[in-house]
Design a protein around this ligand. Structure first.
Ligand SMILES: CC(=O)SCCNC(=O)CCNC(=O)[C@H](O)C(C)(C)COP(=O)(O)OP(=O)(O)OC[C@H]1O[C@@H](n2cnc3c(N)ncnc32)[C@H](O)[C@@H]1OP(=O)(O)O
Ligand SMILES: CC(C)C(=O)C(=O)O
Length: 550
């Protein structure tokens, strides 16, 4: 078997809705939707090993801490484990006042009865019932016509009311999903939902949630948005209905579909953290929320410590989050390539604390979600001077002059080309030491004494040369000129730069000297010392030795 030359013989596009007066393309998002996590139900039902009660409880507490107020915690009629989990939450009084648990059931009386039993004693709860309504499901799974599918939904709604009446101590809310909504004829989906509403009689205080799933994503996100806008226009009791989105990601556009669905008038989003869920996953609530945040909208969810949340999710789902996953992946705030690093480094340098975020290539300030800046720049053979410079600045306080950045990045490039590996900051500093700070041959500086008179500096320098101690004498307008004069070599100083590393009594001076010796090409040397003059003299010898041994 292989791919078909003519896939139309096997696959076809789903019909699209004719909605020429659609309004959603001209809208923008201005506020967060109602969020509902389906991690403990849709997420859980798609795992290789469903979560243990302990893991579910840990996940539940994490969802509460994030600030999610509606949490689909189980499919209680599916298993004793799920049933017991709901009981544990209720009997253990683990549900915060401002949080509502939600549970799912098929539209079957035995399952609905068991579902209500699991919720006995809850202060409030959402019971969510579904049946698939699309032509394929009617034909293949249920062997029903349209009337049959509608009757199943209506009967389910009647059962919700019947069983809710048996547990009057609970404040009940209801949710109905025409499963496979996005593959259902839009007018039929509206018809089924209107019939359900006639039974459930929504009110302003007890709105009914109509959840419109892209159970399998079958079209481009604009088609889903048209379906949502059409639904919102035609559904009865619109003011007492919460339109909820539940997108999956089969075509890779689950987030786009939910975002466009919100533009099209939806009020609520169901999904899972980091996009876990059946097949390619449910819509990722974290990405949706942080997409709002990076447009300046408070998502009403807290991801200030995104890595701790990821840790819990990975542990509970036993699935890793991809290193390229938006906002949270290990590599998503990291630049390896030279031009990105250069722009990021300049961006950080120019970013004012209270100004709008404007660091190139970083759509979010990693610090806002608890990430350090450590991993923002990493160096390999794709990197340039910006990355090397950034790491030395950040990790070691070394701030090389521009021309030395160019020279030193070539040294690092030679290393990355040789090994093909990343070079971490520690290794970069080690190379700086080997190449510059310990360039002690043939002149190994031992110490010096200075004397100033009449605007001139006299210097006496002790150096090891050929393993013998030599004392050199020189005079000049400053220490460096005096040292150069002591050498009796053809040396021109081309560039000099110095700065402090750290502050207070622990501060050190870093000095950079570029010199040209004889006909050799100009090279840099670096010296670091507690004394600025000593740092400069060390830098001069570092440059001289590098030139003589080049
Ligand atoms: C898109 C979604 O994610 S929907 C949620 C899916 N989640 C799950 O299924 C997880 C939990 N499910 C389960 O544990 C089981 O499927 C149960 C307990 C619900 C039902 O188990 P069983 O009674 O053994 O039925 P089974 O799993 O084979 O389900 C298929 C039957 O349910 C019927 N069915 C499927 N969906 C529905 C529905 N929403 N309402 C009513 N009946 C339905 C099918 O037509 C089929 O009936 P048939 O046996 O008469 O042909
Ligand atoms: C039950 C429904 C909401 C569902 O999970 C889906 O359609 O994906």
């Amino acid at each position: 078997m292989s791919m078909l030359d003519s896939p139309a013989s096997k696959y076809r596009a789903y019909p699209v809705l004719n909605l020429p007066d659609r309004t959603w393309p001209n809208k923008t998002l201005t506020q967060a939707p109602i969020w509902c996590s389906s991690d403990l139900r849709d997420g859980n039902q798609s795992l290789i090993e469903p979560m243990s009660p302990e893991k579910k409880f840990k996940f539940f507490k994490t969802l509460v801490a994030i600030g999610i107020k509606e949490i689909e915690v189980a499919f209680p009629s599916a298993s004793q484990t799920d049933f017991d989990f709901v009981r544990m939450l209720i009997e253990g009084n683990h549900i915060p006042e401002d949080t509502t648990i939600q549970v799912l059931t098929q539209a079957r009386e035995d399952l609905i009865a068991r579902t209500f039993e699991s919720l006995q004693g809850a202060k409030k709860a959402i019971v969510h019932v579904y049946n698939a309504t699309s032509p394929a499901f009617r034909k293949i799974v249920f062997k029903q016509d349209k009337e049959g599918a509608k009757a199943l939904a209506v009967h389910a709604a009647q059962l919700l009311k019947k069983y809710a009446a048996q547990y009057p101590e609970t404040d009940w809310r209801f949710e109905y999903s025409p499963e496979t909504f996005s593959a259902t004829e839009p007018d039929f989906a509206v018809g089924v939902c209107n019939a359900v509403l006639e039974i459930l009689e929504p009110t302003p205080s007890h709105k009914v949630i109509l959840n419109l799933p892209a159970t399998v994503e079958v079209s481009t996100p604009n088609v889903y948005a048209d379906q949502i806008e059409y639904f919102g226009r035609h559904i009865n009791h619109r003011d007492n209905v919460i339109i909820s989105l539940h997108t999956h990601n089969d075509r890779g556009t689950g987030i786009a579909a939910s975002e466009l669905g919100l533009l099209a008038g939806a009020d609520r989003v169901e999904g899972c953290l980091f996009g876990n869920g059946e097949r390619t996953g449910n819509v990722d609530l974290v990405t949706m929320a942080l997409n709002l945040y990076t447009h300046g909208i408070n998502p009403q969810l807290d991801f200030s410590d995104i890595d701790s949340i990821r840790k819990v999710v990975e542990e509970c789902n036993q699935l890793p989050v991809h290193p390229r996953h938006p906002y949270v992946g290990d590599l998503v705030h990291t630049a390896f390539s030279g031009s990105h690093q250069d722009a990021i480094r300049k961006g950080f340098a120019q970013q004012q604390a209270d100004a709008p975020w404007e660091v190139p290539y970083l759509p979010i300030d990693p610090a806002d979600i608890g990430r350090s800046y450590e991993a923002v720049i990493r160096v390999n053979s794709q990197s340039g001077k910006g990355g090397v410079t950034y790491l030395l600045e950040q990790e070691y306080g070394i701030n090389m002059p521009r021309r030395m950045q160019i020279e030193f990045s070539q040294v690092i490039k030679a290393e990355t080309d040789r090994t093909g590996l990343e070079v971490p900051a520690t290794k970069i500093y080690q190379i700086l030491q080997q190449e510059y700070l310990t360039a002690n041959s043939p002149y190994h500086y031992q110490g010096h004494r200075l004397q100033e008179s009449d605007g001139l500096t006299d210097v006496v320098i002790d150096v090891l040369f050929d393993n013998n101690l030599h004392t050199l004498n020189g005079q000049g307008k400053g220490p460096l000129e005096a040292v150069v004069s002591s050498l009796a070599l053809d040396v021109d100083i081309m560039d000099y730069y110095e700065h402090a590393i750290g502050n207070g009594s622990q501060a050190q001076a870093a000095a950079y000297v570029q010199l040209r010796q004889g006909g050799n090409k100009a090279v840099y040397g670096v010296g670091i010392d507690g004394n600025i003059t000593t740092a400069s003299i060390k830098a001069l010898f570092s440059a001289l030795n590098r030139s003589l041994t080049a």
